[in-house]
Design a protein around this ligand. Sequence first.
Ligand SMILES: [Zn+2]
Length: 454
Amino acid sequence: MTTYLLERALLPDGWRDEVEVTVEDGRFVEVRDPFTRFDPQALADNLGIHRSAGESVRVPGLTIPGLANTHSHAFHRALRGRTQAGQGTFWTWREQMYAVAERLDPDGYLELATATFQEMVAAGITCVGEFHYLHHGRDGTPYTDPNEMGAVLVEAARVAGLRITVLDTLYLSSGFGAAPRGAQVRYADGSALAWAERVSALVAPEHAIVAGALHSVRTLPKDPAETLNLLAGWAADRPFHVHLSEQVAENEGALAAYGLTPTRLLAAHGLLGPMTTAVHATHLCDRDIAELGSASAFVSFCPTTERDLGDGVGPSRRLADAGARLTLGSDSNAVIDLFEEMRAVELDERLVTQRRGHWRSADLIEAATTTGHASLGWPDAGAIAVGQRADLVTLDTTTPRTAGTGADEHTVVFAAGAGDVVSTMIEGRLIFRHDDREEIGRALSRAIGKVWAE
Ligand SMILES: [Zn+2]
């Protein structure tokens, strides 16, 4: 049992100074702010509780709950700085991405994913949703353990010290029934049933959850009903994620192949529900927005990736007003900084509408913490509260970026960056301190160097 005295912390009902939190077995067992400490009733309640000689570890700075990164492809980290200068579209970028996908083997993937997840922890991320489709060997043959690559991701998260939800992704077609080609043969299981059988055998230790995903409606067979019904059964009681309407071409293809928008196709087969996360949700019509809202679905916005790929800006405010729940992802990992993703949601809306003030800072922090964790199947994480998993992310408020910004939610959303994180605690363990950055940089350099040297 350890007690920490947080100089300033974001509790569910707002900021408090001099907050004492006690952690036992990875969870908060007590959270005492100055008000409750001097509240007679709270004092009476506390009388029976043994306090460990009054010693606590002081944590200076601004402390927030752990951040959840709801959409990541770890191996895309090897593309950072190498594809941004290119011309073309999402589709030409995809060819460069496939070049990395073709090279990776389990050893190289473990090294790359571990270093990438370490970079996430250094950015205050305590849980990652890894959208995993790189399943099989280079020619499409399954590994001896057909879940070897999924197990690699689980192990990488263990070494890096964060929780993971493996969103094992169904990929059957190169586009509306066409056979997978090139690197895509590594993604495909042949049938939904074979996918479900394989994923059911992937073991999840304590820091992991295994859940399902559909790459996109593009990757469904020509007659998708059977596949979608099977997925709906899977999605009933666990997280289900899907890339949705990231591209206009995806909408056009779905209308031509199925006579429905991607959103309505999923809705028609019972795949939109409170455990569904629609990733991107960029090009939606009014009815799509209403469907996602009435289902209370999550949406995962990934603004730094969407801007890098020239995808467009999704209707975040309208989705939220309709009832959908916003979360945030680093997706291609061209940037790993959920502070930047938070402010991008608001700033992108400003560019589209030519007006300011669509999102409250507190709501963007909620998207990056509690809502994000819930969409990954961890409803007991993302808040500094009794019973929650003990994640604490502390920001330095004296850096050139953060100094003089008020040390509140607007500092978090509009001033801070990943580089201002000075420590990350995950389930009571101090996983990252600011002087670990140098070693993480070296690990990334080594891992990515090997990918491109092959
Ligand atoms: Zn993605």
